[in-house]
Design a protein around this ligand. Structure first.
Ligand SMILES: Nc1ncnc2c1ncn2[C@@H]1O[C@H](COP(=O)(O)OP(=O)(O)OP(=O)(O)O)[C@@H](O)[C@H]1O
Length: 257
């Protein structure tokens, strides 16, 4: 298993955002995390990356307990993420944004390196080549010199993915990557995620676009009010009565059929 989430509970005061959640992700899988607003999906990402500390429970990555490690240490081990609310450096170029991602395994020196200190030129060149490759991969090869703020929303989401990949993750966490995308952009995103999977990267994805989730994911967990309601293949999830009732409900026919 690449990732094992064991009995994670997260409380915020009186709110139990996650209640005793366990699941495991196999090498090479695309694993989906779905559920209504407030179900606890982003909180789960935050617990895995230790952006917030779980109240109880443990996270194992490649067999090692990573619970409580500093977020940058977790990145160093090979878990990278994108955010629900895009977090780019808007006034840095597209290329620089990806290069920053390449430095995220280091705890310091990020800006020094991006702004070309002499002694680091060789490493920087390597990073730049890698960043350019990644921009080609996500379809932004022609846009490296633009400021990130000048990209469309869909392009910014792809740039976030390139930046996360720059640290060469084993496990990539994608938080609503299709949010705000039109049909064509979503289709391109599907192709991109499949390509990333074929490169051997394991993927955990939070997403509301059910047609994308059902096509993309090998397995899915459904969260509802902080509890794990179901887990299975897309087919199993679509036919699970508890899921249909609690989550998909009225939308079932148009969303899932
Ligand atoms: N920092 C926080 N302080 C207090 N409560 C929080 C905090 N973060 C999340 N919560 C609460 O925890 C619950 C789960 O939120 P979370 O954002 O993880 O849900 P989600 O499934 O990601 O929803 P969405 O898709 O709307 O982002 C919600 O009730 C939310 O209000």
């Amino acid at each position: 298993m690449v990732l094992e989430v064991r009995n994670i509970t997260k409380r915020y005061g009186g709110i139990t955002a996650l209640k005793d959640i366990s699941f495991s992700i196999r090498q090479g899988e695309v694993y989906g995390l779905i559920g209504p607003n407030g179900a606890g999906k982003t909180t789960m990402f935050n617990c895995i990356t230790n952006f917030v500390e779980p109240t109880s429970g443990e996270v194992y990555f490649k067999g090692e307990n990573i619970t409580g490690l500093k977020p940058y240490k977790i990145t160093e081990r090979g878990i990278c993420r994108t955010y629900q609310n895009i977090r780019l450096f808007p006034q840095m170029t597209v290329l620089q944004n990806v290069m920053v991602g390449g430095h995220s395994r280091l705890s310091s020196g990020v800006f020094k390196r991006v702004f070309r200190m002499k002694s680091q030129k060789h490493e920087e060149k390597r990073l730049m080549e890698r960043a350019k490759e990644l921009l080609e991969l996500v379809g932004l090869g022609q846009m490296e010199k633009l400021f990130a703020e000048n990209l469309s929303y869909g392009q910014q989401r792809r740039l976030e993915i390139a930046r996360a990949l720059a640290a060469s993750p084993t496990l990539l966490l994608l938080d609503e990557p299709a949010a705000g995308m039109n049909e064509t952009e979503t289709e391109n995103l599907y192709e991109l995620i499949k390509k990333i999977q074929s490169m051997g990267v394991t993927i955990l994805i939070i997403e509301y676009d059910m047609s994308l989730v059902m096509r993309l994911c090998d397995r899915i967990a459904v969260l509802n009010f902080g509890e794990k309601l179901a887990e299975g293949t897309p087919e199993e999830i679509q036919n699970d009565p508890a899921v249909i009732e609690a989550y998909l409900g009225k939308e079932e026919e148009e969303t899932i059929a």
